[in-house]
Unconditional design. Sequence first.
Lengths: 384, 77
Amino acid sequence: MTVLDQEMIANVLRPIEAAKGLPNAFYTDPDVHEAEKRVLFAATWACMGFAKDVPNRGDANPVTFLGQPLLVVRGEDDEVRVFQNVCRHRGMILVSEKTTLRSTIRCPYHSWCYNFNGSLRTTPHVGGPGKNLHECVNREELGLIEVRSHIFMDTIFINLDGQAPAFEKHAAKLLEQWKEFADKPLYHGGASSSFTLEVNCNWKLAVENYCESYHLPWIHPGLNSYSRLEDHYHIMQPGNYSGQGTVVYNPKLDETGRAFANFDDLSAKWDTGAEYISFYPNVLFGVHRDHFYAIMLDPQGNGKTIERVEIYYTSPEMCGGDMADLREKNAGMWEDIFIEDIFVVEGMQRGRSASLYDGGKFSPVMDPPTHLFHEWVAARFAGK
Amino acid sequence: MTAEQRLQQDMLQAHEHEDLEALPGLYLQAAQLRESQRDIDAACFFYTHAYVYALDCGDREIAGEARSRLKGYGRDK
């Protein structure tokens, strides 16, 4: 097990003027990555998927997240639950492919059957042939292992160790910041509003790149014409999230003036405002008056991350055939922007193999959101 | 071929062709046949399979019938 250099971690926690970034081991060392699963993911609320993937009762979606086999199920009561995807009998994987279950989750090995709420329904032949009961097999104690979960803006968060504060408390600042959006219904834009990028970088570099606007004029020069660097502001919530906002959001997807409808009852701030937040550890959000997106970062070891992008609109009409071309344009625009970022995060990943690199120097003016994220990582590893 | 042999063959074919919708009814028939022969252990074996396959394919009627018989014999709850 790698012993992290505590002095280097302490350097990250210094005020930004004197701080250094996270040391290379946080991007390259498999032991650190394993520790992150516990310290940064299991102990907090991490994004593991989207409720739109289980739209109907009985829909079951198996997901492997950080090596853990999980199962998302929409129950008869319309509640979405997350379980460990294993039978309580022999630990067999219960569901291997996305499916719609009729009325039970049946283990394919010995056919133990569970209700959609996880309770154990029957245990065939457990007491011998044709005897489905045994005094030592207490069904009440053998329901599926449910993982604590919460859905926020269609994004499924889980707290694997079960010890984090309630999600509402954990995300209280974000819920306040985006209170105008948080309780609005969202409508996924369909197949063209869903795409995935495989990036050869550590997941943290994707977080870091997303939460600062410093790089925009250089990496996304197309934005300079209407969204200049000075039109952006930092968003900073210590220990929770950081990002950037713009005051000149003004989408022009169609020459004829067609546009997506806005969310109802937004304040004037959102007429030209949009905000982009890295919500720690692994989800990147973007809100605009006319659409919302979430990017789940799915770490695949140290040097590879799957970025899963889902885009939502304000009403079923915005998701209909009449608006299909506009949705495609919007998704294409975002995909182009996110692709422009790939060489940067992959370059930084390769850079983390430079043995003398010391974590880097922050700009006290432009890098506070990035430093805030590093500070969160370092503080959790320092036990603070 | 006896009725029992034909039933056995139908069950094997349903498994072979993954005809999941057919399984609950076939196992229910097998259970009832054994029940009529007073072979309760064998009947409950088949009722169990009828129950599980009925749950699997959402056949509430057969699931309810099989479960009820199993409960009656103290084999499930």
